[in-house]
Design a binder for this molecule. Structure first.
Ligand code: HAM
Length: 417
């Protein structure tokens, strides 16, 4: 049987799309570098227990979306559904706090979740994420958000927009949870099966349930922001103050609960209306208890991850394709040899040059030069060989000049414009 298709939800990134990805990655590396972040590369597979402990047993990700299996050594392993857990595992394992008490890391790569594929949602998707470990000060929350907005502005995107919330801490969240649960229990019959089922394990999820009836039922549910303890409230006020002081636009969304359990205090999403149901382009928050929960030191952390597929969709119409500096169209065997020699010499000098390999007609070679959007074309026929001079044409203006078949002089001409 022929194998001509890949696995559902696992997509190829083709040459005509990959330039957008490279632009996104290069922008992230550059902008994150300005803010002092270093790259970390961790494996795409970890012990299943790591994700169950960090993301939470009662989350959709752990309950139904993980690619988990037993390997040949009987170990239960999982393809990472997100980056934070693995990066924190590596942080603890290598005691990175010893190098610098403020650890700023970023990562990029594929993540895996068994979700229903649709526009902006796939089973293998890609995240670019950043994490800061070691700082409780709300200035770091604001700085991370400023950096994220800097990244989108640098890409020339006005979407997405920033929404923030606070989910409190282990001191104040239980009371909020109890109050929300009481509210939901009184309206149980109006909630969907999923929300009812999660009543004991994760009642907060009802607030961002997509089922219309749940949305209506929870419209006047108690707000987490009315239940924050003094410490969490002060923190949230300070984050907002720092965002205002740095002219970073945001709105407060007290119904944002996030799909991972490790969050404390500040949470945020960058949302867009341009991608249909998949509105979150980037998201994250504080996770002050996670490192200790995994067995590491009691250090606070905060971070985010963006979905690269979604950022690429926002860049949909952006012209990012590259085109050759020069196409050398040659007529005849001897001219073909000369074109080949010039091509190699110019490539060694750093120019992208294309030639024809199949003995096509000059007309057809020129069509290909057009299609590739070559900046210049050089035509070499038998006559040109005799005079050692070809016709160099700037494709944008149509201006043609006779040019010696000399790689240094050609290189000069290609560099001029
Ligand atoms: P998350 O909200 O699960 O957070 O994912 C972050 C982003 O990844 C989403 O906003 C979305 O853009 C993208 N994403 C998630 N699932 C898919 C999918 N199936 N297909 C395409 N894109 C997707 C986290 O993963 C946290 N680790 C973020 C974080 C870092 N929090 C603190 N540090």
């Amino acid at each position: 049987m022929a194998i001509t298709t890949g696995i559902k939800g696992f997509n190829d990134i083709l040459p005509n799309q990959v330039e957008k990805w490279q632009l996104i990655e290069a922008t992230a590396r550059r902008v994150f570098g300005i803010y002092g972040f270093s790259e970390i590369r961790v494996p795409i597979m970890e012990k299943t227990e790591l994700f169950a402990r960090s993301i939470g047993d009662a989350t959709d990700i752990v309950e139904k979306e993980m690619y988990s299996f037993t390997d040949k050594g009987e170990n239960l392993v999982t393809l990472r559904p997100e980056g934070t857990a693995g990066v924190m595992r590596a942080f603890i394992e290598h005691k990175l706090q010893v190098l610098d008490p403020v650890t700023k890391l970023y990562y990029l790569g594929p993540m895996f979740r068994y979700e229903r594929p649709q526009k902006g949602r796939s089973r293998q998707f890609h995240q670019i994420g950043a994490e800061v470990v070691g700082v409780t000060n709300p200035r770091v929350d604001a700085q991370l958000l400023v950096m994220l907005c800097h990244f989108f502005t640098d890409l020339g995107l006005t979407e997405p927009t920033l929404q923030i919330n606070s989910l409190g801490c282990p001191d104040c969240r239980p009371a909020y949870r109890a109050s929300l649960k009481g509210f939901l229990l009184e309206r149980l019959e109006r909630l969907c099966d999923d929300c009812r089922r999660r009543m004991e394990t994760n009642p907060l999820r009802a607030l961002d349930c997509k089922v219309a009836g749940c949305g209506e039922t929870t419209a006047d549910a108690p707000s987490v922001l009315d239940h924050l303890c003094q410490g969490c409230d002060d923190h949230f006020v300070a984050v907002r103050r720092h965002l205002e002081a740095t002219a970073t636009p945001f709105t407060i969304n007290s119904r944002m609960v996030r799909g991972l359990d490790y969050y404390t205090r500040t949470t945020f999403e960058l949302v867009t209306g341009l991608l249909g149901a998949q509105s979150a382009v980037a998201a994250g928050g504080r996770y002050d208890g996670l490192i200790q929960e995994l067995g590491g030191p009691a250090l606070p952390g905060i971070g985010f991850a963006m979905g690269v597929e979604r950022v690429a969709l926002l860049l949909a119409d952006r012209e990012t394709g590259r085109s050759p500096d020069l196409f050398i169209a040659a007529h005849g065997e001897a001219a073909g040899d000369e074109a080949f020699r010039l091509m190699i010499q110019l490539q060694r000098q750093g120019f992208w040059v294309e030639i024809d390999y199949e003995g096509k007609s000059l007309k057809s070679q020129m069509r290909r030069a057009d299609k590739l959007k070559a900046r210049f074309t050089l035509i070499i026929g038998e006559e040109e060989l005799l005079t050692a001079s070809g016709m160099l044409k700037a494709m944008a203006t149509g201006v043609q000049v006779a040019s010696p078949l000399d790689p240094s002089l050609l290189a000069e001409a290609l560099s001029c414009s």
